[in-house]
Design a protein around this ligand. Structure first.
Ligand code: CIZ
Length: 379
């Protein structure tokens, strides 16, 4: 569990932790191994495991998934999981915690010991309590009149302070669902920026950002566009970036003459399907999503906003990529042998302290009830 009291994280400390974690992951250019995929599937049959995989994961992980999706889809899937399953959560710790909060009856394991999140590290429950108190005093309103919309990229102790959770698929819709005129929004300042002009509410933002998406610069975007415009391939161009990108990148994309959108990963998948006329897509998010799009639409071209050069590139979330098929197999083997110590050796058994579950659960259930806001036209 994340410590409740610690100094505020800075962009630099978040960046350095990302670089440190890159050292620990399996190389991204390791070939896909069909034998490992078969072995994982066989072991899955022999156990009561249910494999959940995030859209940012490696292709080989998606090949063994029982459910694939972004945080919104995975939260919804958690509500419907059959009882008695052991959930192998091929995501990061905060997403696995979300499943455990919704389904404390299930055993949830992340097959990695490095499943952190540089964005979730920006805020704790204790910091939120102090923030709400000082902002309410500044506005001269009771704290009960100042709800908190908390991005799902946060830990359980912070979620227990939230009135409602949001994901990148529905941040605006969740904010608009509240009757209040003043709303706290944490921890992603860029996600706040992406919606702040689309609501009449007074949004008060926390200072946090994703250490991966914050590395995409305007210059990288311009270079990518230039490469495509001057390149040999002719065709219609589209561009999509994630709302965790920096404000100048979001503004630039929204101002382009090309088909464009600022979307969650699930929203990007839907947006590409809704625009069959586009031949070349430029995309600003983690490379795993781009790999999935290449697989689904082999006749189209998908280019990352950045130059992709394996693990030293800024397009890789090392926390997500710390999960490997070898790690999943090790956990499944331990599970099939009933060896709890070996499960804990190869993965992290997710525990959420009892005191956080009731409020965090209500906040997540409200988010799911609001629904997605990123249909085929973006938002
Ligand atoms: O919502 C998620 O799963 C994240 C972290 C990004 C996205 O847009 O899918």
């Amino acid at each position: 569990m994340e410590p409740l009291t610690r100094p505020r994280q800075t962009r630099e400390s978040a960046r350095l932790r990302v670089i440190d974690t890159w050292e620990k992951i399996k190389p991204l250019d390791a070939p896909i191994n069909g034998a490992l995929i078969d072995e994982a599937r066989r072991l899955k049959e022999r156990t009561n495991a249910f494999v959940v995989v995030h859209t940012y994961q490696r292709i080989e992980m998606k090949a063994i998934a029982d459910a694939i999706g972004d945080s919104f889809a995975l939260a919804k899937a958690a509500q419907e999981l059959p009882a008695g399953k052991v959930v192998i959560h091929c995501t990061v710790d905060f997403m696995a915690e979300t499943t455990k909060i919704l389904r404390p009856d299930l055993t949830v394991v992340v097959p990695s010991h490095y499943g952190g999140c540089g964005l979730a590290d920006y805020v704790t429950g204790e910091q939120i309590r102090a923030w709400r108190s000082s902002e309410a005093a500044r506005l001269g309103i009771p704290e009960s009149e100042l709800p908190l919309v908390l991005y799902i990229n946060s830990y359980a102790n912070a979620k227990a302070e939230a009135d409602v959770i949001c994901t990148s698929s529905n941040a605006l819709k969740v904010v608009e669902s509240l009757p209040h005129s003043n709303v706290l929004f944490a921890p992603d300042r860029n996600l706040y920026y992406s919606i702040r002009n689309r609501t009449t509410k007074n949004l008060i933002a926390w200072e946090g950002s994703c250490p991966i998406h914050q590395e995409f610069t305007l210059e990288m975007l311009e270079t990518a566009l230039d490469r495509v415009e001057r390149g040999p391939q002719r065709g219609k161009i589209g561009i999509m970036v994630h709302p965790e990108c920096m404000p100048e990148v979001l503004d630039c994309v929204r101002g382009l003459r090309y088909v464009n959108a600022v979307l969650s990963t699930g929203g990007m998948i839907t947006f590409v399907r809704a625009h069959p006329e586009i031949d070349i897509w430029i995309i600003g998010t983690e490379i795993g999503l781009i790999e999935s799009l290449c697989q689904e639409h082999p006749s189209k071209t998908f280019l990352p906003v950045y130059e992709h050069k394996s693990c030293d590139a800024s397009c890789v979330c090392p926390y997500m990529k710390s999960v490997s098929i070898e790690g999943v197999i090790a956990v499944l083997k331990a599970l099939s042998e009933g060896n709890v110590a070996a499960i804990a050796q190869h993965g992290k058994l997710i525990e959420v302290p009892e005191q956080f579950i009731p409020r965090a659960r209500i906040a997540i259930e409200r988010m799911v009830a609001v629904g997605r806001g990123d249909g085929p036209t973006g938002y």
